[in-house]
Each structure stands twice: as C-alpha cells, then as structure tokens.
Design a protein around this ligand. Structure first.
Ligand SMILES: Cc1cc2nc3c(=O)[nH]c(=O)nc-3n(C[C@H](O)[C@H](O)[C@H](O)COP(=O)(O)O)c2cc1C
Length: 340
C-alpha cells in the first residue's frame, strides 16, 4: 500500500486519478477508476446540442447510482467555456441537496481558465469539496496557493489535450511545486502511463499521479474503438502541438491536426475568439468531435499525450491501477534498498 496525503484525503486504495477529458464523456471511466480504488473524474462534457448543466447533473447521478466510491468533477473555466460560472454554483447546490452526492463528490478540479477560478464560491457553498486547480507553470501555482485552493494539479507539456503557452515539462514543474509548496497536496499530471512514471512522480513529491491517455486506451473508457486503436501503435514522436479551442493543444498527427497549423500567440488567439462567428465555431467543434462521435480518425481531433509512446495495449482499468501501483512500490523499495 502506498499511503499519501491524497489517498488519505479521499480514502483511496491507490494514488492514481483519472484526468478529465472533456468535451468527451468519461462517466463510465470515472466509475471504473473509482471502483478499482483510484479517483475517477467526470469531464466537463459539452457535446453539441446538449444542455451541459443538465447533462452534468445526469452524469453525477449516474455515477452515484453505479458506485458508492468517491469521485471528482472537472469544470473548465476558459474564456470560451461560457457555462462554467453556473456549473460551479450548481455543483455546490446539488451537493447541498443530495447527501449521497455530497458524500461521494469530493474533488472539484477547475482548469483551462488561467488564474480565473471559483475558489470563493466553493469555499462558501461547498466547504468540504476539495478544490484543486490545474496549473501548467509556477506563476499560476502561486495564484492557486494564494487563492487558498486545497491542492494543485501540476500538468506539464508532455500531456495530452490543452496545454499552456509556457511549455514547461512535468519533470521541472512538479519539482518546482514540491520545493516551493511542500505543505500543499500535489497531483502530478502529463507524461504518466507506466509504473516507472508513478514511482518517479511520488519520489518527486507528488501525492498522486493523474493519467489521461493511458485510460483512453482502456476497455472501460467511452472513447470510440477507432480512437483507442490508434494509441498502442503510436510513438512518442506522433503528437503535435497545434491551436485548439482554449490555446495550444497536443493532438495525434492526422489531417485535422496538420490543417490546424502551428500554435498562434495568446494575443492572436484572443483576437480570433473575438472575431468568431458562432456558425464557424460550431462547425469546427463538430469536426473536432467527429472521431469521438463517428470514429473518423482523419477528419477529427485526437487529443493524446506523448505517453502514447509508453502504451502498447488496451487494458482493463483495474489491472492498470493494481499492476502499476504494485510495480511502482517494487521500484521504490528497490531504490531504498540501494541506499547504504
Ligand atoms: C482527450 C483529452 C481531452 C482532454 N480534455 C481536458 C479537459 O476537458 N479538461 C482538462 O482539464 N484537461 C483535459 N485534458 C488534459 C488531461 O486532463 C491531462 O492533463 C492529460 O491527459 C495528461 O496527459 P496524458 O494524457 O499523457 O496522461 C484532456 C486530455 C485528453 C487526452
């Protein structure tokens, strides 16, 4: 057993968290990860044509009907994610009204919004919900700590999906946070998909490791079989950083990724958002999700991390959690036994 501040905080068997992967659903994945002894996290799914608030409530209700274990929820607070303010309030309200939601929904992870995160709302209306924020660079970690968040999810540039403009690696970022804020519970994310990675993350000072791509390639994730099938043969060289909805995004190289070109600056991105016409935006989003909805692996986006280079098979979630932790423990023990 590896005991950390985060396994203790949430009552977990393993120091492993599933990373949120909106706009796609990770509802079944959340149940599988939490049932297996890790912490599953619901994604801020904004699939076209659905009311995202009602939809999140339905996902939360589905999770509590199917597991009694703790889980988390992600809210993306980006400029273009216009439903986030209401979603944050609603999450607090649902927890107040339903004791089972309150008991199980223990982790609120905000992300993608730079320094704009709702620490005050959850502090006043859901004080027992542990609020972590995703930070890709130390300047943002400073703000997360100053705002009084309960913990930090330090996510480096190796990771899949949306990334920061700074491009700091997880290796450097996790060490920086562990050194500067040793008292803060810390999740290391981006670049983890193996027992070696878990051992390294914990050795650097993280209390848990979050994985995204590793869990896409699992039998329990909701991702299209065509999407999952691309991951085992892919190599670490097969991803590319391009411009996504909120900023830079790491995708598997395909027609969609190559057509979206290089990463534009933050200022250019803000101007692009201001000149968006809604129809164009919706058309692009539809295209983005076509891998998920129809399995079209050329014309849609395939967010994945450089971790594709570590993943060689599609596996069961409970095997990933139990085997990775067991092997990570062995590696840490071996290292300790080398100390004279
Ligand atoms: C398909 C996909 C969708 C993602 N969507 C989100 C999201 O909605 N919110 C978020 O905070 N991070 C999102 N991310 C980033 C992940 O939460 C996490 O940082 C990343 O997967 C870590 O890298 P790894 O995939 O190599 O484990 C996404 C990642 C992927 C692969």
């Amino acid at each position: 057993m590896i005991k950390t501040r985060i396994t203790e905080m949430f009552g977990l068997k393993y120091p492993i968290i599933s990373a949120p992967m909106g706009p796609f659903y990770t509802t079944k994945l959340t149940i599988a990860v939490s049932e297996a002894g890790g912490l599953g996290v619901l994604s801020h799914a904004t699939l076209l044509g659905k009311d995202s608030i009602k939809d999140m409530k339905a996902q939360i209700e589905y999770v509590i009907e199917n597991t009694d274990k703790p889980f988390g929820v992600n809210v993306r607070t980006a400029r273009v994610q216009t439903d986030h303010k209401i979603l944050v309030r609603k999450i607090a309200e649902w927890r107040k009204k339903n004791p089972k939601i309150r008991e199980q929904l223990v982790y609120g992870l905000t992300s993608a919004g730079g320094s704009k995160f709702p620490s005050k709302i959850w502090k006043s209306h859901a004080p027992d919900l542990k609020h972590f924020h995703v930070a890709p660079a130390l300047w943002l970690v400073d703000k997360v700590v100053a705002a009084g968040c309960d913990g930090i999810t330090a996510t480096g540039t190796e990771g899949g999906g949306h990334q920061s403009y700074e491009g700091i690696s997880t290796l450097v970022l996790v060490q920086q946070v562990a050194q500067k804020y040793p008292e803060k519970p810390l999740v290391a994310c981006g670049g983890f998909a193996s027992p070696e990675g878990i051992a390294a993350g914990l050795a650097m000072g993280a209390d848990a490791v979050a994985m995204g791509t590793r869990f896409i390639a699992s039998n329990q994730s909701e991702f299209h079989p065509n999407y999952k099938a691309l991951i085992p043969p892919a190599t670490a060289r097969d991803t590319i950083l391009t411009t996504g909805g909120f900023g830079p995004i790491r995708l598997l190289k395909n027609k969609y990724a190559l057509e979206h070109g290089k990463v534009i600056s933050k200022q250019e991105k803000i101007s692009q958002e201001q000149s968006y016409d809604m129809n164009g935006f919706i058309e692009d989003l539809k295209r983005y999700m076509i891998v998920y909805t129809e399995g079209d692996v050329e014309n849609g986006a395939i967010p994945v991390g450089q971790t594709v280079g570590l993943i060689d098979s599609i596996r069961d979630v409970d095997d990933i959690l139990s085997e990775f932790t067991k092997k990570a423990e062995e590696k840490l023990k071996n290292l300790c036994s080398n100390i004279q």
